[in-house]
Design a protein around this ligand. Structure first.
Ligand SMILES: Cc1cc2nc3c(=O)[nH]c(=O)nc-3n(C[C@H](O)[C@H](O)[C@H](O)COP(=O)(O)O)c2cc1C
Length: 167
């Protein structure tokens, strides 16, 4: 498979954008932008994310076994960029927004379009990524708002949102 073509095809897939975050025993928060979030099952409640094995977030979740998913709204593009910035792992990406500690202790964005608090239920090695299955322990919809979209390597908004028909 030609890797350039593969990337080109995958870029045609539109998705929402989330921040996957965790906290260490020492209380250090860390997170990253992800578009590989997926709903998996309702009973039991399971979701998945695919994390590149070289990411700091992957390494920290391996140890903590807990993570949160904050679904970004259309106003959260700066957050999506900041958490994908490739800054040194020691840099705190959390910025000026309010982040609350969920039940597991991992941070959730207070004004996210939605959030999930998870315990790692299973891990599946998948090449240079790991599919992390999360059992949902708690969840919330802080406010109803139009989502941030990622398509063709760019952050976008739903056209319906501009028409005022979303949510
Ligand atoms: C819109 C967008 C979606 C992304 N989705 C994923 C993803 O699903 N999985 C992944 O491993 N990296 C994804 N990335 C890349 C990570 O955010 C990036 O590698 C990040 O710097 C990792 O941070 P860390 O090493 O501090 O954990 C995405 C980047 C962007 C901009």
């Amino acid at each position: 498979m030609d890797p350039i073509l593969l990337r080109e095809v995958l870029a045609q897939w539109a998705s929402g954008v989330v921040v996957v975050a965790t906290v260490t025993d020492a209380g250090r928060r860390h997170g990253m932008t992800a578009s590989s979030f997926s709903a998996v099952a309702l009973d039991p409640p399971l979701i998945s994310v695919c994390l590149t094995t070289t990411s700091t977030t992957h390494r920290l979740i391996e140890r903590s076994e807990i993570f949160t998913v904050s679904i970004l709204s259309h106003e959260h593009e700066p957050i999506g960029r900041r958490f994908a910035g490739g800054k040194p792992a020691a840099v705190d990406h959390f910025g000026p927004e309010r982040w609350d500690a969920a039940k597991t202790g991992a941070p959730v964005l207070a004004d996210a379009a939605g959030w999930l608090d998870c315990r790692v239920a299973a891990r599946h090695e998948a090449g240079d990524h790991t599919i992390v299955l999360g059992e949902v322990l708690a969840a919330g919809v802080p406010r109803r708002t139009a989502p941030l979209i990622y398509h063709a390597r760019a952050f976008r908004e739903l056209r319906d949102a501009a028409r005022g028909t979303v949510p």
